[in-house]
Design a binder for this molecule. Structure first.
Ligand SMILES: Nc1ncnc2c1ncn2[C@@H]1O[C@H](COP(=O)(O)OP(=O)(O)OP(=O)(O)O)[C@@H](O)[C@H]1O
Ligand SMILES: [Mg+2]
Length: 269
């Protein structure tokens, strides 16, 4: 089984779904087999990818026994990218979903459908509630998405505290893959100084080098429910997400190498 990474944030509307879709698309461009899972009861990923064209079934339908797990994993036109929706949960089913999150059934389901993929990216709902906690408990890593706004800076410690709590109490293998800054406007002095403040608040290596700029084409791509790279003229806007995908792979290689170095004495053989 490949790596399961939750894309999460404390604040809403910061670009989690956009990051899941565009990072996932970029990883598939680099030859990885990628599954995107909608972990948000509001179904952001279904909207962002026009999943309903293929199915309205999702994780809640599997949990309710209405369909089989493999019926919710949809391969896109790009064979290396698949998407599993959350379904269209009623209020009672959202409650049942939270319960499935709490008792580990959601995590089991995620691990089951993750089989056979190199990367599984979970689009988490905003916040630090029980569903997010369960998604982190089922994941190998978490990417925290923040925007250069005061509220994002203020919310950083509580999200990091949640990550630490999950590591200590639920999932010791969970790693913080990194924090990615999105929707950055480099021409705004306020944002530039906030960016510096955010970066100064944590060790440098916590942050991905790649910063995703604010760019209207993402909004247009959202309207058309496609990754920005597929938008006519969207190649340039898509580049930062290719960089982010490359950086994620680089970090993984470095971690693997570090683990090997821990295991072996120095030498070529
Ligand atoms: N880099 C960007 N530049 C400009 N607009 C962006 C960028 N990234 C995302 N957006 C737009 O911002 C809006 C919110 O993005 P998105 O839905 O990805 O956020 P989210 O964190 O998933 O929100 P929620 O917490 O509600 O699930 C969308 O309309 C999206 O098109
Ligand atoms: Mg979203």
């Amino acid at each position: 089984m490949g790596k399961i990474i939750a894309i999460a944030s404390q604040k809403g509307g910061v670009g989690k779904t956009t990051t899941t879709l565009n990072l996932g698309f970029s990883l598939s461009r680099f030859g990885s087999k990628v599954l995107l899972i909608d972990g948000d009861p509001q179904g952001g990923m279904a909207i962002a990818s026009n999943l309903k064209k293929r199915t309205t079934l999702g994780l809640v339908d599997v949990l309710q026994g209405r369909c089989d797990a493999k019926e919710v994993v949809m391969t896109t036109k790009d064979q290396s990218l698949s998407i599993a929706g959350i379904g269209q949960p009623s209020p009672e089913e959202v409650f049942a979903l939270e319960e499935a999150a709490h008792n580990g059934k959601l995590g089991e389901l995620i691990r089951r459908i993750a089989d056979g993929f190199d990367y599984v990216l979970i689009d988490a709902p905003a916040g630090i509630g029980s569903l997010v906690t369960a998604l982190l408990a089922a994941a190998d890593g978490v990417i925290l998405v923040i925007v250069p706004r005061m509220l994002s800076l203020k919310s950083l410690p509580s999200f990091l505290a949640l990550t630490q709590w999950v590591q200590q109490n639920k999932n010791a293998a969970l790693s913080l893959e990194g924090v990615v800054l999105t929707m950055f406007n480099p021409t705004s002095p306020t944002e530039s100084s906030l960016l510096e403040e955010i970066k100064a608040s944590l060790p440098a290596e916590v942050f991905f080098r790649t910063v995703i700029p604010s760019e209207d084409l993402f909004e247009q791509a959202s309207v058309r429910a496609i990754p920005v790279a597929l938008l006519p003229g969207g190649q340039q806007a898509a580049k930062p997400y290719l960089d982010l995908a490359m950086e994620l792979k680089e970090r993984e290689l470095l971690t693997q190498r570090g683990e090997q170095d821990d295991d072996q004495t120095i030498g070529l053989f």
